[in-house]
Design a protein around this ligand. Structure first.
Ligand code: ATP
Ligand code: SF4
Ligand code: MG
Length: 363
């Protein structure tokens, strides 16, 4: 396993990349089937997810042909630079995007395609079977309601229990997430709590109904390193206790190494590489992934060299390169890369990369 000490607290604060940790079946170049086709037993199966936004009457892709799946109890990491499409992907899964978004593909949760359910069916699933934790808890917690009523509300909405029982279960949940004086905290407002406490409350709300799938979008980025480590430990403990499957979005490769089974790296709305964590860290096959890894400071005696961030920026969705989206920043770019979009090549067992250089290797 990759040593987290090498990676913690480095790249991510610079907003360098988007990585998705997920279990993938490596797609083949010649295959017509979408990548990520998975066994029925998977909790989540995303195939060819596309999200376009309408801007001034024209649609632009923010997410293109994204496929992955998550097995029961697995943590899939999604990583990438700011603006790569991590949040848009996660919001599309639970249909929380604005009306200007057009979504296509399929998002099968326990065999049901979420994209075809009615709004009321989706409301039933959200917060119950599928929960979300967002980066900044103050945007998710309602400032005018007490903590107790915000946790109880979730239970009352999805469980046929009395208010008294919901209160008791809420207190238990607060204990589980390590909140001291839970009875008192039930009676307090979000602004009375620290950032770390609020994030614990968010976890309590998200886990209150024992969800099968947790989507956590940068759940610890706003916290200092010590609190971040505590919250991750907490998420890990509760996740394994409840058997929850998790889609973990993070900028932090250290978090990926610590928490995830597999990784998907996103760039400009596409998954450009996916594989097991060790393969991604020790045998990256896409120039973008290598660039991200090079930007991580190494804590060893010989690494006195400076960080090597990838030059350039993620393109805006209105100005995407027409073939390989990474071409303008790639040190290996070839003529072909500017005219032919690379498919995902299988480079190893459960390891794929969207780069023409891998076709050369395959041949
Ligand atoms: N409602 C919208 N309308 C138009 N474009 C949007 C909308 N929401 C997001 N985008 C664009 O989609 C792209 C992906 O955005 P997204 O929020 O998913 O990035 P991200 O990877 O989550 O970044 P960050 O790490 O900063 O959170 C960006 O170019 C963003 O500007
Ligand atoms: S396809 Fe070409 S431009 Fe794109 S990452 Fe590979 S070498 Fe670089
Ligand atoms: Mg985001």
């Amino acid at each position: 396993m990759v040593s987290i000490s090498l990676y913690m607290g480095c790249l991510f604060s610079q907003g360098f990349f988007v990585i998705v940790f997920a279990v993938y079946f490596p797609p083949r170049q010649d295959a017509k089937e979408p990548i990520g086709v998975c066994p029925v037993s998977n909790v989540l199966e995303v195939e060819n997810l596309n999200v376009e936004f309408n801007m001034d009457g024209k649609y632009y892709h923010a997410v293109r042909d994204v496929s992955f799946y998550i097995e029961p109890g697995e943590v899939l990491g999604l990583v990438g630079e700011s603006g790569c499409g991590k949040s848009v992907t996660s919001l599309a899964l639970v249909r929380l995007l604005t009306k200007t978004a057009r979504i296509s593909g399929s998002v099968r949760y326990n065999g049901r395609d979420l994209l075809t359910l009615s709004d009321s069916q989706m409301r039933q699933i959200r917060g119950d079977e599928i929960s979300m934790i967002f980066q900044e808890p103050m945007t998710s917690l309602n400032p005018v309601y007490k903590i107790g009523s915000q946790i109880s509300e979730t239970l009352l909405l999805h469980r046929n229990i009395s208010a008294r029982e919901a209160f008791a279960q809420s207190v238990e949940m607060l204990k589980k997430v390590g909140i001291p004086r839970p009875d008192d905290i039930m009676d307090e407002y979000p602004h009375q709590l620290s950032g770390g406490m609020r994030q614990r409350i968010m976890i309590a709300i998200a886990m209150a109904c024992n969800p099968q799938l947790l989507i956590a979008d940068e759940p610890t980025t706003a916290l200092d390193v010590t609190i971040q480590a505590q919250i991750l430990e907490l998420m890990k403990g509760i996740g394994s206790e409840f058997g929850t499957s998790t889609l973990l979005i993070t900028h932090d490769l250290g978090v990926v190494a610590e928490m995830c089974n597999r990784v998907a790296v996103m760039y400009a709305g596409e998954v450009v590489e996916q594989g097991k964590v060790d393969d991604i860290f020790y045998n990256p096959q896409h120039p973008y992934t290598r660039g991200l890894l090079n930007a991580i400071p190494k804590i060893d005696a010989e690494s006195k060299s400076r960080l090597q961030p990838i030059e350039g920026n993620v393109p805006s969705i209105t100005r995407m390169p027409r073939a390989c989206r990474f071409a303008p920043r790639c040190v290996h770019v070839m003529d072909r890369c500017k005219v032919e979009p690379p498919p995902l090549f299988e480079t190893d067992d459960e390891h794929v990369a969207r780069c023409w250089l891998n076709e050369v290797k395959e041949a």
